[in-house]
Design a protein around this ligand. Structure first.
Ligand code: ADP
Ligand code: MG
Length: 341
């Protein structure tokens, strides 16, 4: 127990904001966690015949979010971006660890942060199983663990010539929200409200990833921009892609912007956390079926074609399927890079 006169210590803090919430989740849903928070390690027993998928994502103040960011949304996003990586591989969430550096103990901030964190943890049955807590500049690092039946992971390297290229949901709204918040673009309050959750509260496409296990030939989640991220699939699969710019799925709100903004934000705006995947054309019906069941639009944006030169390349086509000039294409293909920005 901590008293009012004594500042909240490291272990009181862990107990109050993280262990209590984690304990509340130890139900039948987390049967694969045999030991959670409290010892030197957590223990995991993966489902029989499955492999463990591991991924980490870090959020740093001033780099990934503003100092004044809403802590509840930050808690949600910190876990959601990790679950998005599990989804892109076809993994089912098992649990996660949280390493957090805090400049000082702000109980209101911690209360809201853990509320957001556990809301997403519950939604995806992914309990908190351990972590580390230290003083320092606000940094949130989560490692998520998932399970995938052996031989079923959806790799970036599996795209085949002739495959369709698909993307879930819509792309570009997180970038449009950022532009509005930076006053680069004026949006009505109503328009901003219709899209801002795409930046602050992304939805990891966990169920889509699981459904695509036997269908997609390759996949990744879009964090740095659709076309830039697609290039990772092309490089690892040794293929080119032909993309029809006009077919990128965009929200009604983004479609109110100029064509130049629409194309740029949809093609290279980051932070969408949709899934880009490839699949053989005979899977089209199955994929439309998944789209219906999940109530999530899935759109074909182009095709995988043979490599034309040594480097994997995206060939951008306009609505008449004519090549887009190289200068315009170069801006659209640029993705976000923390070190070359
Ligand atoms: P150690 O010193 O052995 O690394 P700690 O004293 O840092 O362990 O942590 C004690 C327990 O609390 C461990 O089980 C650890 O996983 C857990 N823990 C520490 N910080 C967090 C956190 N932010 N969220 C969840 N669990 C945490
Ligand atoms: Mg420690």
């Amino acid at each position: 127990m901590h008293s009012q006169s004594r500042p909240l210590g490291e272990f009181d803090l862990i107990e109050r904001f993280f262990k209590t919430g984690a304990d509340a989740m130890h139900t039948g849903e987390s049967a694969h966690i045999t030991l959670g928070i409290g010892d030197d390690c957590a223990l995991l027993k993966p489902p029989a015949g499955e492999e463990i998928a591991v991924t980490s994502d870090m959020l740093v103040e001033g780099r990934h979010f503003f100092a004044a960011a809403n802590p509840e949304l930050l808690g949600r996003k910190a876990l959601a971006v990790n679950l998005s990586d599990l989804a892109a591989m076809g993994a089912k969430p098992l649990g996660f660890t949280l390493a957090i550096a805090l400049p000082h103990v702000d109980t209101a901030w911690l209360e809201a942060f853990s509320k957001g964190l556990f809301a997403v943890a519950k939604q995806f049955s992914c309990p908190l199983i351990g972590g580390d807590t230290t003083a320092g500049p606000l940094t949130i690092s989560i490692t998520a663990l998932g399970s995938i039946p052996s031989k079923k992971p959806i790799r970036r390297s599996g795209a085949k010539v002739g495959d369709d290229i698909w993307v879930s949901g819509t792309v570009g709204d997180a970038r449009l929200t950022l532009a509005a918040l930076r006053h680069e673009i004026n949006l009505t309050d109503e328009d901003l409200q219709s899209i801002e959750s795409r930046m602050h509260n992304p939805t990891p496409r966990v169920e889509l990833g699981i459904q695509l296990r036997n269908i997609a030939s390759s996949a990744l989640d879009i964090s740095d921009g659709l076309l830039g991220d697609l290039q990772h699939i092309l490089k690892q699969s040794h293929v080119d892609a032909q993309i029809v710019l006009d077919q990128l799925p965009k929200s009604v709100t983004l479609q109110k912007q100029s064509m130049a903004i629409q194309n740029q934000f949809a093609a290279s705006g980051g932070d969408d956390y949709e899934i880009c995947f490839t699949a053989a054309t005979q899977e089209r019906n199955a994929i439309h079926g998944i789209s219906k069941v999940l109530n999530l639009p899935l759109s074909i944006i182009g095709q995988i074609i043979p490599m034309k030169n040594e480097q994997a390349t995206i060939h951008l086509l306009d609505e008449e399927k004519k090549p887009i000039n190289t200068n315009e294409a170069a801006t659209l293909l640029k993705s976000f890079d923390h070190f070359t920005k």
